[in-house]
Structure formats: C-alpha cells, structure tokens
Design a protein around this ligand. Sequence first.
Ligand SMILES: [Zn+2]
Length: 139
Amino acid sequence: MLDLDHPDTPPTFAISREDGAILSIAKRMTLVSSEAKIELLAQAALHFAKMRSITIDHWGKSKPMLNAIDLLESDLQRLAGLESKNDYVTDWRGKHCTVCSSAITNLESYEDMLYCPMCLKVIDQGRDAVDQAFGLWCI
Ligand SMILES: [Zn+2]
C-alpha cells in the first residue's frame, strides 16, 4: 500500500499523472494517421520531459527510472512510426485498424477507452518498465 506521508508519494503521483497523459496520447495515436501521430509525438515529448525533470529533482539521476522512461519513449516513437491511414477518432464503429487489421474497440461506459488494442501493445514493455521503476501499481 502507498504511504501518503512518505516523501516519495507526491513525485510518484506526479509521475503517474504524466504516465496517464502519455497513455492517453498513445491511445489516440492508434486512431489516427501517420501525420497526426507525429503531432501527438511532439505533445508527448513535453510529458516525457516533465517525467525526467520530476525524476531528477527527486531521485537524482536514477538509472533504472530514466531507462524506463527512455524505453517508454522509444516504444511510443515506434507506435508513431507505424504507417497508418486510420481516421477513427469520431467514426470508429465497425472499423478496422489500417495498421494491424484489428477491430477498433470502445468500452463506452468508460472515459478514454477507444483505441486499437493490438497497436497499443507496442508500448506494453515501456509501460511495464515505468510501472515497475516507479512503483505505479501501488496507486
Ligand atoms: Zn491497430
């Protein structure tokens, strides 16, 4: 369980917020064209920069943490680099991903749950690495 009085708690929450923003950008990436993904990658760069500065301010140049951030960023770049003609942000019903042919899914009762599940797997390793390095599964 996370100890709310522990000095690591505020930066861990801050990292978790950036991680959430990046996940949300990654989901959006699975729905859009190659060109649009490059714009999203630029937005994500701000969140990665924030993650690195939080890490260095609080934990110093922790190798495992910074390596995990690097891995997530390179996974996201890989996702952005997949050639896509997707245009499914609003018109997704019955559509299939032009990258991997999977059905676009949406859990409509939840927010931010529209994405291509296969394409999102491209960033699984990076997400796991960040979760582990920062103990995000606790929160
Ligand atoms: Zn896909």
